[in-house]
Design a binder for this molecule. Structure first.
Ligand SMILES: Cc1cc2nc3c(=O)[nH]c(=O)nc-3n(C[C@H](O)[C@H](O)[C@H](O)COP(=O)(O)OP(=O)(O)OC[C@H]3O[C@@H](n4cnc5c(N)ncnc54)[C@H](O)[C@@H]3O)c2cc1C
Length: 400
């Protein structure tokens, strides 16, 4: 039994009950009783007990620490769908090049699929110094088990010190399996990556505790240091057609491609009205819109600008906008050229989804609203007066 109450010492004082974050302890007949179905061995009850009546034996980790000096270079898992590299991979290559300058190392892409030769130049032009290419008809499209086997095989053979992957549905499914397999840490959904130049380790920043703080996480003892990053958070490099790279073709036995699941078909998602993630201009509304019907004035402005309409979670929770329009930590991450925030206060959970926008225009009647701290241009005033004037002016200027 990993956790026990020493009955002779327990006084039934309930201090452990109060300390347990999982509601796993009850006092029955003046003795503490632990519900092992709820207890996750966090140990919070141990120091809480003044009578030393809780005995916790945590299982010892059996991982062997890798020899960190053997690990070199930054890798990016290149996501492709139907043979086309996805833009998140270019964004990660751009960031990886920035990091590589601080580590004085090379950036490599890992590309798995079939008939992908036409994608290689662009990857090199946009930041890959090397491409590890694995091609076979069986792995033309993503499948969890074969792709995990291949990536694990390559990591074990070449030992990269950093491995980055898009926080997409493919990336999330793949990279967690890889992390378990090679016993490495993984920081999901990073919004910032940097290098501690003194210790030469990756600094992985992401929102934590419901977005109330930004946490910087390090993996000093295990390699590779692994992180996923959401689409549109990092900037891709401009293609440089003079860049040269190496293609390293790797092959695996057919057993590597074995899978307990079978890919039957790929069905393209039917696009919603707006494609927020790809839009160049987004006009977004928050609780300040005051009601569903008022979003009409944003739709008019969006129509004139050729923009998509976004919203804060408050507007989605109120039922004014569908969830597919939500921008932020639990919605979409966007990085348009222009983001116009109307009646949005600018809480951290909203900002993490849009602060990479090139120009942010905030319209808010409260001059102290936090959105003004990230705004390029701020308009203090009533959005119901300002938005229609903007629509009229843009209509005239753009000749619409
Ligand atoms: C775990 C977690 C995840 C979350 N995820 C998200 C997320 O993905 N996206 C998100 O947006 N939020 C998210 N939130 C919620 C977030 O904390 C805020 O509650 C939310 O962003 C507030 O939305 P808002 O700015 O529209 O509303 P408010 O904060 O209420 O702000 C309304 C603003 O409108 C202004 N205003 C009112 N009337 C007018 C007017 N007539 N003219 C001009 N300005 C006016 C007010 O001055 C105010 O600044 C999350 C919260 C948690 C805990």
């Amino acid at each position: 039994m990993p956790i026990q109450i020493i009955i002779e010492k327990c006084t039934g004082c309930t201090l452990c009950v109060k300390a347990c974050p999982f509601d796993a302890i009850r006092v029955m007949d003046k003795k503490a009783v632990i519900d092992l179905n709820k207890c996750n061995l966090c140990g919070a009850c141990v120091p809480a007990c003044k009578f030393k009546a809780v005995l916790l034996e945590k299982p010892q980790a059996t991982c062997v620490l890798p020899n960190i000096k053997d690990y070199k270079g930054i890798w990016v898992f290149i996501e492709q769908k139907n043979g086309k590299v996805q833009s998140v991979s270019y964004e990660l290559l751009g960031k990886a090049q920035e990091l590589a300058k601080k580590l004085h190392c090379e950036v490599s892409g890992v590309l798995i699929g079939n008939n992908l030769d036409d994608q290689l130049d662009e990857l090199i032009w946009r930041g890959a110094d090397n491409i590890y290419l694995v091609e076979a008809p069986e792995i033309a499209n993503f499948q969890d088990e074969p792709y995990t086997n291949i990536l694990v095989g390559l990591v074990k053979k070449y030992k990269p010190e950093i491995l980055l992957c898009g926080a997409t549905s493919i990336g999330r499914s793949l990279i967690s399996r890889v992390a378990i397999n090679i016993k490495a840490g993984l920081t999901a959904d990073c919004t910032g990556l940097d290098i501690d130049t003194e210790k030469k380790i990756l600094l992985q920043t992401r929102p934590a505790f419901g977005g109330n703080i930004m946490a910087t996480i390090i993996s000093p003892n295990y390699r590779p240091q692994m992180a996923t990053v959401r689409h549109k958070v990092m900037q891709p490099m401009e293609p440089d057609k003079k860049r040269k790279g190496r293609i390293i073709r790797e092959s695996f036995s057919s057993a590597t491609y074995a899978s307990r699941t079978k890919l039957l078909d790929i069905v393209e998602e039917i696009e919603t009205l707006v494609n927020l993630a790809e839009a160049d201009i987004i006009v977004s509304g928050g609780r300040g819109m005051g009601g569903k019907e008022n979003f009409k004035i944003l739709e008019e402005l969006a129509h004139v600008l050729g923009a998509a309409v976004g919203s804060s979670r408050a507007a989605v929770d109120a039922g004014w906008m569908p969830y597919s329009h939500q921008v932020g930590q639990t919605g979409r991450t966007v990085a348009p050229k222009i983001y116009i925030a109307c009646g949005i206060s600018g809480q951290i959970q909203h900002l993490v989804g849009m602060s990479s926008s090139k120009i942010i225009v905030a319209i808010n009647k409260d001059p102290e609203a936090p959105i003004f701290k990230v705004a390029t241009y701020g308009i203090v005033g009533d959005l119901f007066q300002i938005v229609p004037v903007l629509t009229k002016k843009f209509k005239e200027t753009l000749g619409k």
